[in-house]
Design a protein around this ligand. Sequence first.
Ligand SMILES: Nc1ncnc2c1ncn2[C@@H]1O[C@H](COP(=O)(O)OP(=O)(O)OC[C@H]2O[C@@H]([n+]3cccc(C(=O)O)c3)[C@H](O)[C@@H]2O)[C@@H](O)[C@H]1O
Ligand SMILES: Nc1ncnc2c1ncn2[C@@H]1O[C@H](COP(=O)(O)OP(=O)(O)OP(=O)(O)O)[C@@H](O)[C@H]1O
Ligand SMILES: [Mg+2]
Length: 265
Amino acid sequence: MLPRIDLELARKSIVEGLKNYVFQVAGKKGGVIGVSGGVDSAVAALLAAEALGSENLHPVILPSLATPKEDVEDAFLVAEKAGVTREKVEVIEIEPILRCFDKALGPMTHMERGNLAARVRMSILHQRAYKYNSIVIGTGDKSELLIGYFTKYGDGGVDVLPIGGLYKTYVRQMALHLGLPERIAFKPSSPRLWPDHEAEKEIGLSYEIIDEILFGLFDKRLKPEEVSKQTGISMEIIQRVINMHLKTDHKRRPPPVIEPVIRYL
Ligand SMILES: Nc1ncnc2c1ncn2[C@@H]1O[C@H](COP(=O)(O)OP(=O)(O)OC[C@H]2O[C@@H]([n+]3cccc(C(=O)O)c3)[C@H](O)[C@@H]2O)[C@@H](O)[C@H]1O
Ligand SMILES: Nc1ncnc2c1ncn2[C@@H]1O[C@H](COP(=O)(O)OP(=O)(O)OP(=O)(O)O)[C@@H](O)[C@H]1O
Ligand SMILES: [Mg+2]
């Protein structure tokens, strides 16, 4: 179990930090956010509305065939809780766009098409951000970022990460703290890149375990063996999480420039 945190302090500091980043550092008028009905975008949207003012927040719902109807309803509820009226929430179906890709690209695996769906969403959010003189608010949490569980240049292609410093465990607690319903706070995490896609099933580990391991390694800075000793989690599982982190290193940094040897003549 992770230690409890002062959720109110975390909330206030994220709100202050995001406000400063969008208005002062980026010099923009607001933020665009994809709202899925999942807990990450719910918490990010509520914090962003508080930081930027709901009039400067542009929530966009981007359903595909893999999106359950209830998620769309939950996304509307999140927008409403963020102070954005139904009429101001944009809904853009991405299935017709994906069908154009089907035609152009031919058969795809569900992973190829799913990652494409994430990149189609990213493209739409950036178009809207440009149009509204805003930036794209990301929804990645610390757990997803550290294990690289996101689509490179898809949901990873964002401008700022307000909940990137909170493990999934804390994001769920923050959701309750912000008054979101338990149904959203404890909804099984799912990228919904294909029907019935669930994060913990795909990864093969629960976020409870992943967070305990990441907390031990990255916050307490313990050696893997010590994390195993303190948590009772096997070294094999800890090594799997470490491998996920290492294999996705490229997703957390800008592409390397291959430096030429330059001789001035
Ligand atoms: N070593 C390396 N150095 C530099 N670049 C490297 C690389 N290895 C792969 N690449 C590049 O990265 C690409 C692979 O990365 P990527 O396209 O992301 O693909 P990949 O990591 O294989 O798949 C994305 C994963 O994120 C999950 N996901 C996606 C979207 C949302 C969420 C969520 O939680 O909401 C989760 C999804 O279920 C899947 O497990 C390759 O096609 C290649 O272009
Ligand atoms: N149907 C959708 N409409 C709008 N945005 C979406 C949709 N599906 C995914 N996204 C965007 O992609 C992000 C990544 O999805 P992800 O599933 O990680 O987040 P989540 O659904 O908010 O929370 P969780 O990870 O717990 O499922 C979402 O937070 C959201 O910004
Ligand atoms: Mg989700």
